[in-house]
Design a protein around this ligand. Structure first.
Ligand SMILES: [Zn+2]
Ligand SMILES: [Zn+2]
Length: 388
């Protein structure tokens, strides 16, 4: 393990920042205090600071030498709507809000890297430290891109990192191509004809629609997709009916679809619409489908993935860098930045053993031992990419 010396000196600071942010979690586009904290720290390191991009986003700029090359390093600021049960001394002070995805750690690591690189400026060019809001559900990354992130801060490539409790501490994982899934949501409303439950012949029962639809939707993956193509269709909500003896008028199904390939995404949506229309016709009722594409797949570029592997290998050794991990269908709004710029998103191993709570679990807490590893990766990547 080669922790960058300037980073080693910053470990107590990074821990303190992480614990402060963890105790004061803020959710999508409301990261006002967190953004102010980040901006104040960046200014104290001597960076030029831009605020207000995507409401609560912050961009720190660090220039050195005469080179015109530039890269961006990105962290996320937001917490989740979860009641914390970690029992940590720095646990959330806000009911129902929790840094359960480790974005507190991501922010602390990128702040640490900014401090280290500002202290020892052994690079030539411009570094952009991107702190984005609303990674969870609300697509703050997309808003930053839409509001001109890459026009205001022109850069050759952009890099992202997420702590990964299911990989051991002291490891990294990344791969070129699709790495995390596209995130779509759907809502199906079946409208029949309400009736007395003892006289079903007088109505059109939407419960029957539900019984057939949940099974039939699973045939999309099982019977329509090529066996080598990946896709997930999950019905996660069923809402309908109020009492024992009434056939309801309407039932609502909701769920999510995950894919890596836009052609597979198109196929799933098209088959979902056809299956829903067919079942509705079979039972003489109407059904509508609202299908919304939220986050595209996270797709790493070839060259930037090689750069990320080189930086990670310099920190933890090549033997501890998994360059062919199995992709996950979880999603990540860094995908919007990767659609606009080549780059690479990596997993930072953060596991403490097989029982480590995963992200989004109320017992989860970012592994502080990962702070110097992640910050060293950022510093090494910056120095390798903008070599003086
Ligand atoms: Zn998350
Ligand atoms: Zn996350």
């Amino acid at each position: 393990m080669k922790i960058v010396p300037e980073v080693t000196a910053l470990v107590p600071d990074m821990k303190a920042w992480r614990h402060h942010i963890h105790a004061h979690p803020e959710t999508a586009f409301e990261e006002v205090a967190t953004a102010a904290f980040v901006a104040e720290k960046l200014r104290s390191f001597g960076l030029e600071v831009h605020t207000g991009l995507a409401k609560t986003g912050v961009v720190g700029v660090l220039r050195n030498g005469s080179g015109s090359d530039a890269i961006g390093l990105r962290a996320d600021l937001d917490a989740l709507h979860i009641q914390e049960k970690s029992g940590a001394t720095h646990a959330s002070k806000i009911a129902g809000r929790m840094h359960a995805c480790g974005h507190d750690g991501h922010t602390a690591m990128l702040l640490g890297a900014a401090a280290a690189l500002a202290k020892k400026r052994s690079f030539d060019g411009t570094l952009y430290f991107i702190f984005q809001p609303a990674e969870e559900n609300e697509g703050g990354g997309r808003v930053m891109v839409d509001e001109g992130l890459f026009e205001r801060f022109p850069m050759r490539a952009v890099y992202g990192m997420h702590n990964w409790p299911r990989k051991p501490l002291g490891t990294f994982a990344m791969r070129a191509g699709p790495f995390m899934g596209a995130y779509d949501i759907f809502e199906i409303v079946a409208t029949g004809k309400g009736a007395h439950a003892a006289m079903p012949y007088a109505g059109k029962d939407p419960m029957l629609f539900v019984a057939h639809a949940i099974s039939a939707l699973q045939t999309i993956v099982a019977r329509n997709l090529h066996p080598q193509d990946a896709g997930v269709v999950s019905v996660t909500q069923v809402h309908g009916g109020d009492t024992w003896n009434v056939i309801p008028q309407e039932v609502v199904l909701r769920g999510t679809v995950r894919t890596f390939d836009p052609a597979v995404q198109d196929l799933i949506e098209q088959r979902m619409r056809a299956i829903v229309a067919g079942i509705a016709a079979m039972f003489e009722m109407t059904a509508t489908v609202r299908y919304e594409r939220r986050y595209p797949a996270t797709v790493n570029a070839e060259a930037e993935t090689k750069h990320a592997i080189a930086a990670a290998s310099a920190v933890v050794g090549a033997a501890n860098v998994d360059t062919d991990p199995v992709p996950e269908m979880g999603s990540e709004d860094f995908s919007f930045m990767l659609q606009a710029k080549p780059g690479c998103y990596v997993w930072l191993g953060a596991g403490r053993g097989p029982d480590t709570p995963n992200v989004h679990n109320p017992h989860y807490d970012f592994n502080d031992d990962a702070l110097p590893i992640g910050a060293s990766y950022w510093v090494t990547l910056a120095r390798q990419q903008l070599a003086a």
